[in-house]
Design a protein around this ligand. Sequence first.
Ligand SMILES: [Zn+2]
Length: 395
Amino acid sequence: GWIPGTKQNDKTTVQYGAHYDHVGYGTKKTSLGEIGLIHNGADDNASGTSAILELCRHFHKHPPRNNVLVVLWDAEELGLLGSKHFVGDPVFPLENISLAVNVDMIGQLTDGTLEVHGSRTGMGLRSVIANANLDHRIPMEYKGKVVRNSDHYAFLEHKIPALMFHTGLHDRYHRPADDPDTLDYKGATRIVQFLLDFATALDNHNSPFEFRDGSLQDDRAAIRLHETGITDLLDTNGITASYVPGKPSHLRVTNVKNSASRPRNWPTSGAKISTICNIPIDDINGLAGAFQSLLDSPSLTFIPKRSAMRKTIKLQPIENIQIAGAHLISDLGDPRVFYVQQVRKDSSSARMGISQGDTLIPRHTRNTDVLDWLARPKPRNAVFVERNGSILLFK
Ligand SMILES: [Zn+2]
């Protein structure tokens, strides 16, 4: 379906989609339940398909400024065949698609969260999503890792920012029991209302969401290393590292800048970092708690390549943003959004109720810069907080 924008600009198109196929009677490969019974797929994905139809109804009544392209995908369950074909042999110039939004399984919100996949694949998406949720307050879970689990991935492989909204897997998933009477219709309605506001916000957004290189390599651990300041610490000291696959207890050094001019005991490529400031690298909460040490006197313990001897070195401390007693780092996918690394006791940030682990998001209607605002927080509602996925407003 094609809904031309009133701006009549070919270049700005948002693609909305959902897959409408399911697994039929099921096969060994596709069914987790009894094969031979019809698998209706009420949640997977009649729920997402309905959401997209509702979106079409909305745009029919309220014509968008930018073009809207709606595609309901077939053969997702056979390996994203429909969406892969679309991007591989497009009937429409792919470079005109600024964002792809996929809705796959939104019928099981109950008291859980709405998973947002891909929020860091397009720069600036994070705050648009959070702002669109202000009136709905759906608990959100921004996933760190993007996986090839639905049609949005076909777009990501072509460097088009893409999102998926999803309420999670459950014990009726890919079984004959995924039937309409098991869906949370109230939850799905909330999600659709959020999606309509999100679509309106996208339509009013004037700059494209630049694809973020590296976003396909993100995972939860990498995001947490960024938020805890560890990536910054290593970067300050010229060290690049990534997790050893399947071994979250070790970060492997992949590159050392100016290695010739480093002290003799410095790690080299292939070394495994085991602790930072004496905290094991897989203890993310411990690392978050050790933040003050990153500012004062950070240390690093590593096992050199081809050696079993642990070595400990002192590192150069990080320099980071500190305003009103709060240490902040910007979100990997949205420079306007800030994660709170630490709050000094009795500071004005602490008195405002900001705590470690919060995310500070500017209200789009006010065009606020979070850092300016934190230095002089008036009016208070120009910024809001996400804490564990829930929205909190300043009183
Ligand atoms: Zn699905």
